[in-house]
Each structure stands twice: as C-alpha cells, then as structure tokens.
Design a protein around this ligand. Sequence first.
Ligand SMILES: [Zn+2]
Ligand SMILES: [Zn+2]
Ligand SMILES: [Zn+2]
Length: 335
Amino acid sequence: MQVSSENQSDRQKILSDPKTRELLRRLIVEGKSLAPEVGGDGQIHYLAAEDVMGGSAATNVWIEQMVGSGLMKKTTYKELVTCPIHFRADPLIQLECLKCKARKMRKTALVEHLYCGYIDNDAKFDKGGFLVCPNCKRPIHKVEELRSSGVWYECQNCLTKTSLPKVVFTCRDGHEFNTADLRLAAAYTYIVDDSVVALLKNTLILAPAIASLLTGMGYSVVSPATMQGRSGTSHTLDVYASKGVADPNMAVTDVAIQISVDAVAVEPSAVISFFAKTYDLRPKLAILVTIPSASEAAKAINAGYGITLVEDSDGSGAVQKVKALLESADKPAPK
Ligand SMILES: [Zn+2]
Ligand SMILES: [Zn+2]
Ligand SMILES: [Zn+2]
C-alpha cells in the first residue's frame, strides 16, 4: 500500500499488516481516539485496540510502533492513582480519623443563614422536612437565603472534626497505602495523526471501493495484490483485477491500480515507482489514482510511460472516474 511516497518504507511495512489496517480503519471511519480504560484486573487497557490486536501485550507493542513511526500521537493524559506494588489503578478510597483511626467519617456541609449570620451543619437547619434557622427560628423559603461556608468531616466514633481527614487507599490485591506511597501512572489517549488521517482515509476506503466496483463489473479482483513480474520480482498493487482468464473465447483484460495520496500534488516518484511495476507486470491498463492531483512534473514524466492518471481533489469522485475509464476501455475499438 502506498501512502505518500514509496520511500516511507517503514510506514508502508507497518501499514501492510491487515490488523493495523483494520484498527486504523475503525479509528478513522468512526472518528475515535484510543482512550485508556481501567479493566477488571486494575490495569490500563485500550479495549478498541485489544479487540483487533488480541490482547494487551500485543496492543502495547502496537501502540509503541505506531507512535514511533509517527502514525499516531499521544494527546491528553491523566495521572491515575495506582498501588505502588501491583500498579493497580482501581483502589478503594476511604477517609480515616486522624485521632482514633476509625473510618467512619461523616461529611458535613456548613451553611450560613444570611439573615442572622448563624453558621451550622446543614442537618441542623432541617426541622421535620422544613428548613428553619436553629438560631433565629425563621423559616427558610429559598436556597438563596443560605450560603455554603465549607465542608468538614466528623468522626462518628470520637466526634473529632476536621476539614482534611487522612485518605487511605486499599488495593484490591489486599493491602493499604496512603498518599505518601501511592504511585501516579500517566494514562495517555492516542489519536491517528492528522497528516496521516487524510492519507489513510483514501487508501483504506478508496481501494476497497474500487475493488468492489471492479467486482461488480465482472472482474476477479485482488486487493491489495502481490504479483510476480516477468523479471521474477514481486510487486505490490493496491488493486489488481482481471477478466477472461478462464475463458479461451475471450480476450484477457487486466488492470493494475495504485492509489497515491498526498497533502500536495503527487510527485513524479509515485509515477516512476508505479511504472517500474507496470513495466514488469504488463497489465492492459495501468491506472494511477492521484489525490489531490498529479504535479506538472509527474504528468510530464508520465508522457512516455502510458499510465492513465486519474486526478481527484478529495477522493470522493475517484470511483466514478475509474468506472468511466473502464467502461470506455471495455468498448470495442471503432473500426
Ligand atoms: Zn497492590
Ligand atoms: Zn437565622
Ligand atoms: Zn475518631
């Protein structure tokens, strides 16, 4: 599969993997990012990727490879509290009394009656379902008559009050740790790099669309195809389709199609590399789909090569253009 130019061979190698293509297709077509989730084992998982890659170890290797090649990038991250021993990110969190160490803290909101300035625990203002100030005894009709003045925690065991109780974490593997020993683990969200989305959108979506067009026109289609040329060298094509191979009464027609997508007009290197393949494979028709266009230099170099160039600004009209080309090629030549 060709992305922007043939010299991006490591990217090409990565993108030739069917699982990678499928996962990228899902992320791009569904516009999703790869977001971290904490699984039942307390570890960070990327479930959308594991679904395709088949496990968390394979997923982590894959993500590293994608980031390393610039196909995906890290975006946001959150620091998750994890246990320092098992690195589990799903601890149980409790508040502990600093004095008696009981874990029976009750959270209390302090409210102020604006009319008289009296401050007390919000429960004290509740008189049988009606709000009444315990100080001035006036009924309170609107929430605006009260102002929140902070929060405290009261131990149900020794009645000690504090605004900063001790936070205790219990690892689900059965031990405790506190804010001094916890470990923070960065959990990143990954996205397909913008520069790659446009390139992949066309190759991942356009090649299958052209393949199904050709199938509908009675061709037998391989996509992507690896073909051996006359020289014995193997070549890869985005789409190869043939017709009439099994029928001795029919002339054999075949077509080789390569898709070249770039941010700017496609350079001559794409034409040259496709020509090297078609010269060796000798298909009846060789089509190079260039998105958004073929550069003037690419067109000039192609003058002697005989490749049919199809240009399409965003890829959306490319299938129709290929269809029109094939239909005119299918017609018998006028006598
Ligand atoms: Zn643990
Ligand atoms: Zn009052
Ligand atoms: Zn206590």
